[in-house]
Write a protein that binds this ligand. Structure first.
Ligand code: HPA
Ligand code: ZN
Length: 347
């Protein structure tokens, strides 16, 4: 925990949370597709949806676990067909993130969801990348791309996906692992992650969202990932907690996602505060904001209100988000300078 933050009247905390510069390190771009945009793209592309209206679609967002969400999330992504669709989706997210004072973001995308429907890897990557480049130029937001392999599919299919992505290697900073966790442990993807490591890609993986602490251990020891996405189940394993703290391995925690997917019954029972107080490098992220009821600042303000965290936790979370990111040292110093200036202005 950092102690940099000034003493702050509790009623000013939400303002500080909104204004502080921050990085988002766990956002699935397909999970930023708002129902209105899903319907607009379905119409533009002549894709039939199994929902009659935006309201009917939104009413289906009542999830009981990860898989119940993934079924609807993959159906929503089926409206993405052209490069412009991928651009428009990413543009909308980046505009929304900038409103929340997100100044850096590392965006997950699921190419297999699209290539399985006959959409070319080129279409996906070019649309996403053009939106990222425009965000840097027009919004001053730095954005980079992390390709996620779907863990319910085979390692062979992950290798094919990597092969298709290699012509766009310069537009991708790393790879991740997402989709249904339980029954698909990290070690299933040992060889493809080893290959990505040889290629100089950064490595992350979802682990310990619904799955056991053992999956966090193998993500670290077999896949050799640099960050753990979610990781909240680590709390069940004291030796793992100690290791994560000692090695400063970041967890990209997603409070509203965990609430909506019933990982915790109430936000007041979320363990983010315990993770931080135990010295882990936790961060706050939105995961799939269009589905889980909130973007970055909603996640911050709601989890702070529910768990009673203070300005020191806020500073620590924002600082962790920059330090756990894959930006270069010069940019890191600049962003921490902006963060410190924001906190100084509350003194
Ligand atoms: N977990 C696993 N896979 C996902 C998620 C998630 O929270 N969001 C989108 N794909
Ligand atoms: Zn996720």
């Amino acid at each position: 925990m950092y102690t940099f933050a000034p003493p702050l009247a509790p009623e000013r905390l939400p303002e500080l949370l909104r204004l502080m510069p921050k990085a988002e390190l766990h956002i699935h771009i397909e999970g930023s597709l708002e129902p209105e945009l899903i319907f607009a793209l379905a119409q533009r592309n002549g894709v039939a949806l199994p929902y009659a209206s935006v309201d009917e679609l939104r009413a289906a967002y009542a999830f009981t676990n990860l898989q119940s969400f993934l079924d609807i999330y993959y159906a929503g992504a089926s409206v993405l067909v052209t490069e412009q669709d991928f651009y428009d989706m990413t543009r909308a997210y980046l505009l929304r993130a900038a409103q929340d004072n997100v100044i850096h973001t590392e965006i997950f995308f699921d190419p297999q969801t699209h290539t399985a429907r006959g959409v070319a890897m080129e279409t996906v990557v070019k649309g996403l990348h053009r939106a990222c480049a425009d965000a840097q130029a027009e919004l001053g937001v730095s954005a980079s791309l992390i390709l996620c392999f779907l863990r319910h599919l085979s390692e062979e299919e992950a290798f094919e996906t990597l092969e298709q992505a290699l012509p766009y290697r310069d537009k991708i900073i790393g790879v991740g692992l997402d989709s249904g966790e339980v029954g698909n442990p990290p070690e299933k993807f040992a060889r493809v992650f080893a290959r990505c490591r040889e290629l100089g890609l950064h490595l992350v993986a979802h682990a310990g969202e619904e799955g056991p602490p053992a999956y966090i251990w193998t993500a670290l020891d077999v896949l050799k990932v640099e960050r753990i996405d979610h990781g909240v189940q680590a709390i069940k394993d004291p030796a793992l907690m100690q290791r994560l703290a000692q090695e400063r391995i970041a967890l990209t925690v997603c409070p509203l996602s965990n609430l909506k997917l019933c990982v915790f019954p109430e936000l007041a029972q979320h363990n983010l505060r315990q993770l931080l107080d135990a010295g882990l490098a936790a961060t706050v992220n939105s995961d799939d904001p269009a589905y889980f009821g909130g973007y970055m600042n909603d996640n911050f303000t709601q989890v702070f209100a529910a768990t009673g965290m203070d300005a020191r936790h806020a500073y620590t979370l924002a600082r962790n988000s920059f330090e756990a990111s894959f930006i270069d040292e010069t940019t890191l110093s600049r962003y921490i300078g902006q963060l410190d200036a924001c906190f100084e202005s509350f003194r």
